[in-house]
Design a protein around this ligand. Structure first.
Ligand code: GSH
Length: 234
């Protein structure tokens, strides 16, 4: 199995001399612990697309970065001189620009379901998780409890969307990083969270995929470092 099949290609720096010319024209701007950057990187791995991965020059608020991405959003991509941010917009763009390994089904309603699942991640589950990040450094029990309850509600809702096993698609890309963060933060906070069985089964299906394994292997240490730093253990 080569990098294009297992998604296990190097993602930092240059040196993609073996890649076809058009693939070398893709740059991903990211920061190491960003959940949405992991989401986009996972899509690149799943589609077998090589890219050059760069830190935002001067940080995401710099004039140089804002010149490319006016909202300062991460991730951002530049493909053949075209700069685009927002992980959903990027995913749809890459799907059209690189249709060789499709990540959306042919059927219109099946496609709509994929988008529904992807947006559920971005607009429901991840925002519930986001409320937990500020709690890691100095936990406030009532806020932690409320955030865990909100995440649990979203996981119960997600169970309805993932009960049926499907081939990996665009709608899956955000979930591995979010599941990882939920596990890490709940453990760091010494809290409990009940994962619905269909979500556990979905997570296991995702974790078995080589491109998910490759992404998690490189992403997880950054997340653990972040948690250790916030908990004062770095
Ligand atoms: N809906 C956006 C959310 C992306 C997002 O929240 N990105 C964070 C990093 S994970 C960000 O840009 N933060 C601004 C910053 O770091 O300055 C997307 O899908 O791209």
């Amino acid at each position: 199995m080569n990098w294009a099949q297992n998604g296990n290609f190097p993602t930092k720096g240059t040196g993609r001399c073996g890649a076809p010319f058009h693939l070398r024209m893709l740059t991903l701007y990211s920061v190491p612990h960003s959940l949405y950057c992991s989401k986009t990187r996972l899509l690149l791995r799943a589609k077998g697309l090589a890219s050059t991965e760069l830190d935002p020059p001067g940080g995401s608020t710099s004039d140089a970065y804002r010149a490319l991405f006016p909202f300062g959003n991460l991730p951002g991509i530049v493909h053949d001189g075209f700069a685009l941010s927002d992980s959903e917009a990027i995913a749809e763009y890459l799907e059209e620009a690189f249709p060789d390994k499709p990540m959306l089904p042919q059927d219109r309603q099946a496609r709509a379901r994929v988008r529904e699942r992807s947006r559920f991640h971005d607009t429901r589950l991840e925002p519930a998780l986001r409320a937990l990040f500020p709690q890691v450094a100095k936990p406030e029990p009532a806020a932690v409890s409320a955030a865990i309850a909100a995440i649990t509600t979203r996981l119960e809702q997600l169970a309805m969307l993932v009960a049926e096993p499907q081939p990996f698609d665009l709608g899956d890309c955000g979930y591995p990083a979010t599941f990882l963060w939920i596990s890490l933060l709940v453990e760091a906070l010494h809290w409990d969270l009940v994962w619905p069985d269909p979500v556990l089964a979905y997570r296991a299906r995702l974790d078995a995929l080589p491109w998910v394994q490759a992404e998690m292997a490189s992403y997880k240490p950054h997340c653990e470092d972040w948690v250790a730093l916030k908990r004062g253990r770095a």
